[in-house]
Write a protein that binds this ligand. Sequence first.
Ligand SMILES: Cc1cc2nc3c(=O)[nH]c(=O)nc-3n(C[C@H](O)[C@H](O)[C@H](O)COP(=O)(O)OP(=O)(O)OC[C@H]3O[C@@H](n4cnc5c(N)ncnc54)[C@H](O)[C@@H]3O)c2cc1C
Length: 431
Amino acid sequence: MKIAIIGAGFGGMAAAFDLQRHGHEVTILESADYVGGLASGFKEPHWAWSVEKFYHHWFQSDKYMLGLIRELGWQDKVYFPRPYTVLLHDGKWYPFDSIPKALLFPGLGFGLDKIRFGFVGLFLRLTNNWKALEGYTADEWMTRWAGRHVYEKMWKPLLIGKFGPYYQNVNMAWMWARLKARSTRLGTFEGGFQAFADMFAGRLREMEVDFRLRTAVNSIQPEASGRLIVDAGRKEAYDRVLVTTSPALLARLCPDLPEDYLGGLLQLKSMGAVVMVLSLHRQLSEQGYYWFNLPKDEGYPFLALVEHTNFISPDKFGGDHIVYAGDYLEPGHKYFSLSDQQLLERFIPSFKRLNPQFEPEWIRKTWVFRTNYAQPVPLLNHSRNIPAIQTPIEGLYFASMSQVYPWDRGTNFAVEIGRRAARLILNTSSK
Ligand SMILES: Cc1cc2nc3c(=O)[nH]c(=O)nc-3n(C[C@H](O)[C@H](O)[C@H](O)COP(=O)(O)OP(=O)(O)OC[C@H]3O[C@@H](n4cnc5c(N)ncnc54)[C@H](O)[C@@H]3O)c2cc1C
């Protein structure tokens, strides 16, 4: 069969790997001039490793990604250092990424609140019944079971940071999945995620997958013959098409989809992201902290400050110190239209708050990356609203971040859903 995959992110490439191995003729159409999608990176000439445009790491529980890497034979290129995530309390930062660290965190007191925090954490780790949780908002469930103080100190800032105006509407299964899948050691690939994406694309090319970069798909139309016509500048017919873009884009590409399915795609909500990457002459967090969770009500103009070189040594970046300042925002938020310089001026005072010695002269260079589709928003009983991978149009398939629920989006689940879509295509074609 002739199969088109729209998008050369990890979902599209994982699907291509399985489909091509089964003897099909796979073409990947990608609008950008690079592979890796949202997990792609960039490199300065004097850096040995690339830096992801949006901060990325793996968890030790990322079995689909780590399994794929093992199949490719590159497991010796995966590293799991143990960086530190910190949380603010009374103007001081405390490590907060493991049960022992959480038990020592003074922000939760040392009485009943800490006991409730511990029991809730344990319950969420042990239960697999996420379906029972998706009928509650995280806001109401956590307030009730963990208590108002724990919720407001710990979970509310996280929900506000990730989901902004939707924070009270996000369901509890999302929170369950997040706590279930996390590990304290965080992983990366030798050379960065872009190095892995390029090696993966290289392997796929050896297998004769046809990559067409700088090729934006404009429309997909079903033909009476049962084939699908993909218009990407020129029109070409395929037996199967797998789309890995956002739901809104699929709706635009294929308006012939039945109303029910189209409506379902369009009612899905998501947040965008704006991330500034800075290379500095000096280390920002001298304590060596990697990830700062910044409470918005403390006046920080972004959600997370991530010092990448407290995770991966600055030696890999010619001695530069790499820092991310990132936020999840509704598409249309002013950060999407401010210039890079205006954004930097807003962010600079926060760097000084984190390290009073910081001076703007430390900054070597900055980059700003923006995306409208960064984080799907799971509302109550969200499992009822997940679009099927196999769309109602014969031969047309859809696999995106919005469908990996109850899990939170991530490259691990992009691989899982890409391979699940490939299995469906293979099963239907052998009938
Ligand atoms: C701020 C941020 C932080 C993140 N942190 C992590 C993390 O720490 N760990 C982790 O594992 N994951 C993380 N993720 C999530 C991860 O990046 C995604 O889940 C994953 O990359 C999605 O892969 P995908 O293949 O489904 O989609 P994408 O990577 O979005 O791939 C879709 C591709 O389609 C292409 N495309 C779009 N329109 C067209 C068109 N018209 N024609 C042709 N091609 C088109 C795009 O250019 C893109 O390459 C993060 C994401 C963000 C935004």
